[in-house]
Ligand binder design. Structure first.
Ligand code: CA
Ligand code: CA
Ligand code: ZN
Length: 315
């Protein structure tokens, strides 16, 4: 079921808060203790990257009285099972995007999975609109042009040999290990709707992403998506710019051991096209050598199932 594009009477009485999103990684499911201090320091830097460069104002979701919001998501400790975790009467602050993180032993060559959460909700129409769109009117359109999730999950492989860089402004050699920073940025983009939202799907034509800014950044050439069955990634053959250097998009489906990748202007342009206010297409960390891999090694995947659950589960 889709909502008609309602006007936001409620938005006018909600005071404006900070001028950027606030990505919050939540460790409450990390009973295995995967996230030691170094790994948390990596995620802090990931949160900072998106929180600094995305300037949307997102309304708070406040469960109170008859307005009830239940966050639903795959278990960060077992994301491939069909079991759904629920936090009843949940709330997120204005601008906050809450991401539950965990680790698991994946079958096959999967480094991590990530995607936006689902929900059920009851209450006033204004409340239901806020839960779905958080003040982003385009998220309520019949053909959505925006996306504003409460958050979601990211789950990392517990068996991979990770490199946790506590200072991503410098690049060291870490051959044989996989870069937690790169993979966490990739999966966080999936939580934000890259490859997983209706506003992404609305811009797909076959294996081409037709977003205006991404096409412009790609110098007018069609922005191909990866033919990996997920319809959630850019083609690895594309080239964007990060730190003034050409690089395969960070949201290509694969990464090699020993490789750090950055958000390119093409990756940011896609986020802009699906509805985010992107401050800079060049946002990244200071210049470092960007090696191109001789061969791709392992997969990262988007949790596409979560994206479709929101509407059918609304009470
Ligand atoms: Ca470093
Ligand atoms: Ca937006
Ligand atoms: Zn992915």
């Amino acid at each position: 079921m889709r909502l008609a594009p309602y006007l936001f009477a409620a938005a006018a009485i909600v005071p404006a808060t900070a001028s950027a999103v606030d990505v919050v990684f939540d460790y409450r499911y990390d009973s295995a203790g995967f996230f030691d201090a170094d790994k948390r320091a990596v995620l802090d830097q990931v949160a900072s990257l998106f929180s600094t460069n995305l300037t949307d104002t997102l309304l708070a979701i406040q469960s109170a009285g008859s307005n009830r919001f239940n966050a639903q998501f795959f278990d960060p400790l077992d994301p491939m099972s069909s079991e759904i975790e629920q936090i009843s009467n949940f709330s997120v602050a204005g601008d906050e995007i809450r991401i539950f993180v965990g680790s698991t032993q994946f079958a096959g060559n999967i480094l991590a999975v990530g995607g936006p959460g689902a929900y059920s909700a009851q209450g006033s129409q204004a409340f239901l609109n806020t839960v779905e769109a958080r003040g982003q009117a385009g998220a309520l359109a019949a053909e959505p042009s925006d996306f504003a999730p409460w958050g979601g999950i990211v789950s990392f492989s517990s068996t991979v040999n990770w490199y946790a860089d506590t200072d991503v402004t410098t690049l060291e050699s870490f051959g044989g290990r996989f870069d937690l920073y790169t993979v966490a940025v990739h999966e966080t983009a999936h939580v934000l709707g890259f490859g997983t939202s209706d506003s992404w799907t609305a811009l797909l034509q076959g294996l081409v992403f037709t977003g205006e800014l991404a096409t412009q950044v790609n110098e007018g050439s069609a922005v191909g998506i990866a033919n990996d069955g997920s319809e959630a990634h850019l083609a690895a053959s594309l080239r964007g710019i990060a730190n003034g250097v050409e690089q395969s998009p960070l949201l290509a489906p694969q990464i090699a051991a020993g490789q750090r990748k950055y958000m390119t202007d093409l990756d940011w342009a896609v986020l802009s096209d699906i509805g985010w206010e992107v401050a800079s297409l060049q946002a990244t960390v200071p210049l470092a050598a960007i090696p191109e891999p001789a061969s791709w090694a392992m997969l990262t995947g988007g949790l596409l199932l979560l994206a479709g659950m929101t509407r059918s589960r609304r009470a």
